[in-house]
Design a protein around this ligand. Structure first.
Ligand code: BMA
Length: 383
């Protein structure tokens, strides 16, 4: 457990916000959301006031130079604690393993374990191209139009939705389903996925999103999902940031979390802007999603980020922690770095990595929240 130093005013503030915010918070998209899901959502609001949760994609499934070892996590090996948020992906549902070689049985087991230890799970979906059988990046066919109701491949899409429904329902402890922050059809303002800009109209994307939510919630009666919208920063026009962020926004009745994926302002090699300019851009877009979330009474999250290889040994404190701490008007529930696939393609440090020490400093800071900082997030205390 980390030692937090809040002081009396800090404690009072947290207590007051914890008391008032949930009351103001908008209800979930799903009016029949389970108690645990509602509690999690309200606690996401409360925790936004306290600091930012750290998340890692696939961190329980493999790391650099290891795979499928029970309880193992690169992050835990560096700081002695699990991330607060654990990311997973449903691409290739129906097969034994997902698109990155994670067995679905392993995924289920670990989603449940994380829940039982009091951690949070978020799930994305790199759905294959249902016309060609290629991956999410196969943009050679107009998939969205054809999987909507009345389209030639609608039934194929329903089959996929049924498979993910079965899987998500099976993540349960007895009758209690494990609440999931579900983040489908991400980065849709870019052109790299078949659901992205240029491969369907904005209206078709919105229809797909709404159909998906309605099907999961009303037809399949899944009531343990928190729906997350996550465009990509690199395709946003900062001069018209709000409007460009909202491209394809399916409406307040269909979104619980105002998310953003941003690899662009955090040191990626092709961004030729200076460190300071990138920081300004990052702060600008994060402030925007934070403000939008406040206006809409929703949670904001930095749903994906990272610097491949963590080649800046002070990346975690310099690029993430310091700018967020010095802009306290930005309230974000969590930020998640991408997967640790191998020595080149990884976004969290591992034992022996050059960013290890910096990550420990990051961890020790009271502003960053890991699993041991979460208490009772699935139960709503009577106020
Ligand atoms: C990308 C890369 C790919 C991976 C995909 C889905 O960013 O990590 O290797 O297949 O995400 O997880």
């Amino acid at each position: 457990m980390k030692r937090k130093k809040f002081g009396l005013t800090g404690c009072l503030l947290v207590a007051l916000t914890a008391y008032y915010l949930p009351v103001q918070a908008q209800k979930l998209v799903d009016k029949r959301a389970t108690q645990q899901t509602q509690a999690l959502y309200l606690n996401l609001f409360t925790l936004e006031q306290k600091g930012i949760m750290f998340g890692h994609q696939d961190g329980d499934a493999y790391g650099v130079k290891w795979k499928a070892e029970s309880g193992r996590s690169d992050v835990k090996e560096v700081v002695g604690d699990y991330p607060a948020v654990h990311g997973w992906d449903l691409g290739h549902i129906g097969k034994t393993e997902n698109l990155d070689g994670v067995k679905f049985t392993w995924m289920r087991e670990n989603i449940i374990k994380n829940y039982q230890r009091g951690g949070i799970n978020t799930v994305s979906w790199h759905l294959e191209n249902l016309i060609t059988g290629g991956g999410s990046w196969d943009t050679t066919a107009q998939v969205v139009k054809s999987i909507l109701p009345g389209g030639t491949h609608h039934q194929a899409y329903i089959n996929q939705l049924n498979m993910i429904s079965d899987f998500l329902s099976s993540c349960a402890v007895g009758d209690v389903k494990v609440p999931i922050i579900f983040r489908p059809f991400h980065e849709h303002n870019g052109g790299w996925f078949w659901w992205g800009k240029g491969h369907c109209t904005e209206q078709e994307y919105i229809q797909l999103w709404r159909f998906t939510v309605n099907y999961l919630k009303n037809t399949r009666k899944l009531h343990h999902l928190i729906y997350t919208f996550s465009p990509d920063r690199s395709r946003m026009d900062l001069l018209e940031a709000r409007q460009s962020y909202l491209y394809g926004y399916p409406g307040d009745a269909y979104v619980d979390v105002i998310g953003l994926d941003n690899y662009m302002d955090v040191g990626i090699h092709w961004n030729k802007k200076s460190h300071e300019e990138q920081q300004q851009d990052m702060v600008k877009v994060l402030r925007l999603i934070s403000q939008l979330a406040i206006e809409k009474k929703k949670v904001a999250a930095f749903t994906e980020t990272g610097l491949e290889g963590v080649t800046n040994p002070r990346w975690f404190t310099e690029v993430i922690l310091n700018p967020l701490k010095s802009n306290p008007d930005i309230k974000l529930s969590y930020f998640m770095v991408w997967r640790n696939a191998n020595e080149k393609h990884h976004y969290a440090p591992y034992a022996g990595h050059q960013a290890e020490n910096d990550f420990r400093i990051f961890y020790q800071d009271p502003f960053t929240l890991f699993e041991s900082d979460l208490t009772d997030i699935y139960s709503q205390k009577k106020k």
